[in-house]
Unconditional design. Structure first.
Lengths: 293, 369
């Protein structure tokens, strides 16, 4: 690492000050606030608060409803991450072999990404609408009476479908560029060394894609955990209560609908810890196996 | 091990560009063939068609008597060494060597034995557990060679394997490739743009230009009897001097000089004359010699290249550095060392006064032990 000489020892701190200010105001301060208020029972109308110790945490973790939502969040995150990565890889590998009209094909696959999450949620909602949704009509052909917003599993299905659909283009772009950074001669050498294209993919392409895939794994898990909020909000807002939601949506519901700021804070602290543990796990156990060029 | 037959092979790209046209080469079992030519001459395309990395537009390639036009690269029983090595960056040297064998379901014990043998041959034993990025250029090149050797294929295909190495390493790797190929006796097809590499490695040379074969022959045959002006100017360093002259009976008018050939050449009038720089000698008296005005001198140590003019045509002479150079002098050449080419077509004109005895005329391939 090269050492840069500054004329004054304060100058480098001055340079990073704007960044630090932003991180402080938008991350550390709210985090500290959340941790603090998670130990209090806030009055819904803002008339003071009572210290309750860890009971916000024990309430949340002990609640059957919270546990169910946590279970759903795990399933939801796993499915969204796996499907959007899997389909993204599949499409990118196929697009990589297309020679004619590849630009058009790639653009068609990429442009979904330009849609904002709530709009995607709204479009998804329309696809799964009781009366006008083409996908509902399509499902009806197979005798599946899809009731998105009423039936727990149907709603979960629609939510996962829309979330995956929204994330595929993002993965597609990264994986395609990752694929194209694999030298042609290495692929050709592999073509001479290995007959089966499938085996070549597992032993050659995938390991060389690992840095990209690892990055995408983290991004996709974060997406499934947090950024799907817009999609979920559009899908379950103003609907009957028994619908699947994720932990992040529960934080919002309890805090801003239920006015239980203390409980909501406790839940967001729990989420923070989960993400923290996940990140450490990913870097310690997965990144170690990733080969960077 | 096998012979390779290339029959009327052409490569025509979408859009009608012809990269290779009607190439015919018969490669005997165990032979080392070098495809040489300037960049864009189609030599790599031809090699890649044999490898199966490019489709064959027309014609037929057979390896060991089996037509391989529609066979996958992996099933052609060939191994290829790439210019930039194309090692698998996420695998150790051992895994790189073993990969092709593993995919062919070779028993583990045999893989170990073959990798060990190749590693010993190429002095790679200390590096087997390293990743390619921890190796030097020469070591990577040896791993690439090892990957070809362990497979024990019918044929080796080399695509400019030495052009990424520095000059010194290139010379030593050249020797190593030659020695290795003699030892394993595998039929080899080698592509290079470096005529020196081609001369030193080849059992037979194939000189290509513009997608066509200019000449096939043993290195010395090609050097001594270039079939066209292109080959004459491409093979040999410095390039053969090609000047225009005129034939009158048994006399050749070259600039201001008149050379007596002693016998008739089967053509008359304007002709392109080829003179090797190393066949030119300093000559004191002016009778029957070429007056030579020196422009500049390149000292190479063992000899010097003297650039100058004969009449109004440029000429290079390779002269001993021990003889002092006068300002103006004249050059002589044994008439038997002269080459004649048709001015219009560039084709060689054979004549009876040539120094034929020194080289074998037939281009029969050398049998490799």
């Amino acid at each position: 690492m090269k050492r840069v000489q500054f004329s004054s020892p304060f100058l480098p701190y001055l340079f990073i000050a704007p960044q630090m200010a932003i991180i402080f105001v938008f991350f550390y301060w709210p985090s500290v606030q959340a941790i603090q208020s998670s130990f209090f029972l806030e009055d819904p109308f803002g008339f003071g608060s009572t210290f309750v110790g860890l009971s916000n945490y024990s309430d949340a973790l002990g609640s059957v409803q919270y546990q169910a939502i946590a279970r759903f969040t795990v399933v939801f995150t796993a499915l969204v991450t796996f499907l959007s990565l899997g389909i993204g890889v599949l499409l990118a590998v196929k697009a990589d072999t297309v020679l004619k009209g590849s630009a058009t094909y790639k653009t068609l696959l990429i442009w979904v990404y330009a849609i904002a999450p709530p709009v995607a949620g709204l479009m998804g909602m329309m696809f799964f609408d009781q009366h006008i949704g083409p996908l509902v009509k399509f499902a009806a052909l197979f005798g599946w009476d899809m009731k998105v917003g009423l039936n727990y599993y149907d709603t979960a299905f629609a939510m996962i479908a829309v979330s995956v659909w929204k994330q595929i283009p993002y993965n597609f772009i990264f994986i395609l560029s990752g694929l194209q950074s694999i030298p042609v001669s290495v692929r050709e050498a592999a073509a001479i060394d290995c007959r089966s294209g499938f085996r070549r993919f597992w032993t050659m392409t995938l390991p060389l894609l690992a840095p990209t895939a690892f990055f995408l794994l983290i991004i996709n898990m974060t997406y499934a955990l947090f950024d799907t909020f817009g999609v979920i909000d559009v899908m379950v807002k103003d609907k009957a209560a028994n619908n699947p939601i994720t932990l992040v949506y529960k934080v919002y519901m309890d805090g801003f609908r239920g006015n239980d700021l203390g409980g909501s804070s406790a839940q967001s602290v729990i989420l923070m810890i989960v993400v923290f543990v996940l990140t450490i796990f990913q870097f310690r156990f997965i990144e170690r196996r990733v080969h960077y060029n | 091990m096998a012979s390779i037959d290339i029959r009327d092979v052409s490569k025509i790209y979408n859009g009608g560009v012809t990269a290779v046209s009607d190439v015919n080469i018969d490669i005997v079992d165990g032979e080392f063939i070098v495809l040489v030519g300037p960049s864009g001459c189609g030599k790599s395309t031809l090699l890649r068609m044999v490898a199966g990395l490019e489709t064959i537009s027309r014609g037929e390639v057979t390896i060991g008597g089996r037509t391989v036009n529609d066979i996958d690269p992996a099933d052609r029983d060939i191994a290829m060494v790439f210019q930039n090595y194309a090692l698998y960056p996420h695998m150790t040297v051992y895994e790189n060597l073993a990969y092709g064998l593993k995919n062919r379901r070779t028993p583990k014990a045999e893989i170990d034995a073959r990798v060990a043998e190749a590693a010993r041959m190429l002095e790679l034993q200390p590096y087997l557990e390293r990743k390619p990025r921890a190796l030097s250029g020469g070591q990577r090149q040896r791993v690439a060679m090892g990957r070809a050797i362990v497979r024990k294929p019918s044929a080796f295909l080399f695509d400019e394997p030495l052009s990424n190495l520095d000059a010194k390493l290139r010379v030593s790797m050249r020797g190593e490739i030659k020695r290795l190929q003699r030892r394993v006796g595998t039929t080899s097809l080698y592509v290079t743009h470096d005529q020196l590499e081609a001369m030193t490695l080849a059992d037979r040379l194939v000189v290509l230009s513009g997608g066509r074969i200019e000449q096939i022959g043993r290195p010395l045959d090609v050097y001594h009897r270039p079939a066209t002006t292109f080959v004459a100017s491409f093979i040999g360093s410095p390039a053969m001097n090609l000047v225009s002259g005129e034939l009158h009976g048994s006399k050749l008018a070259l600039g201001p000089a008149l050379i007596d050939l002693g016998t008739n050449v089967p053509t008359q009038g304007a002709v392109t004359v080829g003179l090797r720089a190393e066949d030119l000698r300093l000559h004191a008296d002016a009778e029957g010699s070429l007056p030579f005005r020196i422009d500049y001198v390149e000292e190479l140590g063992s000899q010097r290249l003297v650039h100058g003019m004969v009449g109004d045509q440029a000429m290079v002479a390779a002269l001993s550095s021990e003889i002092p150079l006068p300002e103006t002098t004249s050059l002589s050449i044994a008439p038997s060392r002269l080459h004649f080419f048709d001015t219009a077509s560039g084709q060689r004109i054979d004549w009876s006064g040539e120094a034929v005895g020194q080289v074998t005329v037939t281009a029969a391939p050398e049998a490799v032990a």
